[in-house]
Structure formats: structure tokens, C-alpha cells
Design a protein around this ligand. Sequence first.
Ligand code: UN1
Length: 501
Amino acid sequence: MATAVMPKVFKNYINGEWVEARSGKAIENRNPADSNELVGMFPASSAEDANAAIDAAANAFEKWRLTPAPKRGEILYRAAEILTERKEDFAQDMTREMGKVLAETRGDVQEAIDMTYLMAGEGRRQFGQTTPSELPNKFAMSVRTPVGVNGFITPWNFPMAIPSWKIMPALICGNTVVIKPAEDTPLSTYNLIHVLAEAGLPPGVLNIVSGKGTVVGKAILESKGTQLISFTGSTEVGRIISEACAPTFKKCHLEMGGKNIIIVMDDANLDLAVDGAIWGGFGTSGQRCTAASRVAVQKKVYGEFVTKFAERAKALRVGNGLNAATDMGPCINEQQLKTVMSYVEIGKNEGAKLAAGGHRLQDGDMARGWFHEPTIFSDCDAKMRICQEEIFGPVVSVIPFDTLDDALAIANGVQYGLSAAIYTRNVNNAFRAQRDLQTGIVYVNAPTIGAETHLPFGGIKNTGNGHRESGEAALDFYSEWKTIYIDYSDRLQRAQIDNAD
Ligand code: UN1
């Protein structure tokens, strides 16, 4: 019951201690379903606070690096057990600060649990290569080594899962960490850090500093003390981060926008495709980088699909995610709601047809939250802004098409490349689609959301910069390969020369 006894005023965690921000100032964390509810006050930290955390992480690095990885893994195992015990409390906290429904916040905590167990196991793996040398009496191998101090800037839509995707592989590889949680959802990240501290992480190994991206994020990014940055957020901010990392060749991982598509072929199980479009489009109120914000439907089944999809969207119950009857929660904040509303206007002006929703919901108690109807535009043209730009809200654009080739061209005709799905019962269509879709993730007969923690997660084009989170792939980012040659011949042996004949 840690959350129940935690004060409403939260502190930074630096060098194993909970400390106030030097400014003494705080940022309010309010419930997006009811802005009257103050979830907590979080430090409005300065660059000095961030630098103190970076110094602590730098000081802790040497000892942590030399702690055997299986021992590091034991701490993660303990953390996973504590997370499991407190899953329900943490899910409730998350719904209060983020708005998504309880089933989804339970899923978010579960994703953190899965990642923690997975990476705990990596403490006894992290396999490298052992291989014969080309020369006699010489041995060759490769091992993973940590990178150093890692700086993380994380988003509000998965406020425990995404921090865990970064923290767990970083720690198991022997790095130390400074994390700045999203301003809208720091509590869930605090809950995660609390658990790791309780599980026995030594002081300085993991530090959290809350505050603004332009202050704390910037300090983490620009410090000479951080050797690696991982960021999940918009492509716009990702570009700034990439440029800031370039001069010093800081290792940089970016996970950015998406404009994901579900392709529905005329041979698909149509009801299943509608289920997928509802879950992919309106799960988390469409606020996932993997959200299915486009659905392309083959003309023969287009009319029937749109009718069924619109009916189902209109029937979704929007409200406070703590209520078990709610299907879809609010937008994260007023600004995001305004963005959604402005895209609805853009869609109408572009000539798309409003098939469902289209308005803010503000009757009664809802006026205190940032609710928007699940919204569907039909008869869209793939070049419309609503079919090209990431909206990050409950708005789905439906596009008719003739052939699979047309659908693939529509799918690939955006700047992003995170996730794509095809609904079909034809194996040839399925195989062609998985080969030709230009995304990091492809689903067949499932929506664009639902990635599991033991497989690579990430995208191409303007979604990513070549790295992957999750699974073994994450280890490649959070470690450097070191190749070791051991010559026990007692003589000079020259590679490529002495083995010539
Ligand atoms: C995100 O969309 O920001 O695959 C992350 C999914 C989740 C993670 C999503 N497991 O939808």
C-alpha cells in the first residue's frame, strides 16, 4: 500500500535520498477526467537538480558496473515481485493521473512487470560470441559492456511501461540512470522508482528528477556527464534531441511518431476487423504511438465496414477510467483536446465525411475533464492531413481502396513507419503485406497495438533512428560490444599475414 501512505507532495530521488527541488517550486499533476482533482505536487526542478542527479549516477557507475550482472538481476526480480503485489494500486494511481481505463492501466503495470522479469533474466544471459581465431593458440570473444550514465526522457501515455523499457535493460547492462518523467504523469514513474529503490538498488544507480523538458530534459541532454539518451515522444522533439546529441556523438535512441494503418481485405473476417479497428483506434483514447489512426478498406466491403465501425464507435462509453463501465477515457490535457478538436475541423474542411463523433463531451461532470467523442472520418483521401499527420487522439480516418497494391501504397505513403496490420484470410495477401509494409511492426489479423516485451519494438522512417526497445534488441542499445583476443602462443602472430599460407 505504498501509494496510500506516500505524501501528496513528491520529491526527487537523487543519490538514494528523496530531496526537494532547489527552487522549492512544484508542478501540479491533475486528473484529466476531473481537473478539480489534484493527484500530487511534483518538483519543478532546475538544471542544478538534474546535474546533481547526473553526478550521483556518475559516482555510482564504477561500483554498479562491477556488480555481477546476475546480482543486478536479483534486484530486478525483487522489484518485479513488488510491482506484482502492488499492481492494482499502481493501476488506480495511473488512471487518476493519465485517464486511461483501469483495464489498460493494469496492462501498463503488467508490461513493466514483464519487462522487469525479462531483463532480470538477462542478468544470467547477455551472451556474447566465442569463436576460433584464425591463428593457433589464440582465442576470440565478444562481451557486452555498459555505456555509462543514461538520461531518459519519457512520455505520458505509458508512464510506467515505457520507463521500464529503458530502465530495466539499462540497469541489467550495468549503466546508471537519470530519468525525467513526463510532466503530466510523474506519479506512475515515481511508483516504479520507489519499487526499485525498495528492491535494493544502491544509491545513485537510479535517480528521478521531475520538471519541464525545456529545463530538466535540456540539462540531461546537454550535460557532459550523460553518455546515452533515450527519448520517446514527438518527431519534432526527437529531431532537437538528435541534433543535441550529435556534436559529442552521444548514443541516442529515439522512438517517435506513428500514423499506423489497418488494412481490411474483402476476404477478411469483417467483425474481427471491426473489433481490431475499435481497439486499435480508440484504446488509450487513440493516444498510443501504435494507435490505428488509419483504416484502409477494400471497396467491396467498404460500406458494410464503415456502418459497423461507426455503430460500434458510437456505442463506446466515454468517461472516468476508474468506473468499470467506461470504455474510453479522456485526452491527457486541455492542449491535447484542442489539438484533437482542431484536427476534426481540418478533416471537415478537407472534405472527409464525419461518420461518428466529432465533438467534445462536456455534459455535467464531464465539463471538468478533457473528453472527446470517438470520431471516425470516412471517404478519406490518403493525402489528406488527417491521413498523414499524427493526431494522438480518438480520431480514425477510413480510406477506401481497390487492390492490395493500392493499400500498400497508401500504407507506406506517410512519413512514419511504426506499426501496420492486415486483416485477411488469404495467406498470399498476408505474406505479401508482411514483406512490403514499411514499418518496424506488422500484425496479421490483429490491430496495430499490442506489442509484447520480449520482441523488438520500434519503427523506421521518421518514427525511429535505427534502434529498438524491448527484447534482446534493447541490450544492443544499452551496451557496447567489446571484442577480446587472447593470444597464448608466446610469439608475435600477425592476423591476415601469418595465416596467409
Ligand atoms: C505506445 O504506443 O506508445 O504495443 C507504446 C502497444 C503497447 C505499447 C505502446 N504494448 O500498443
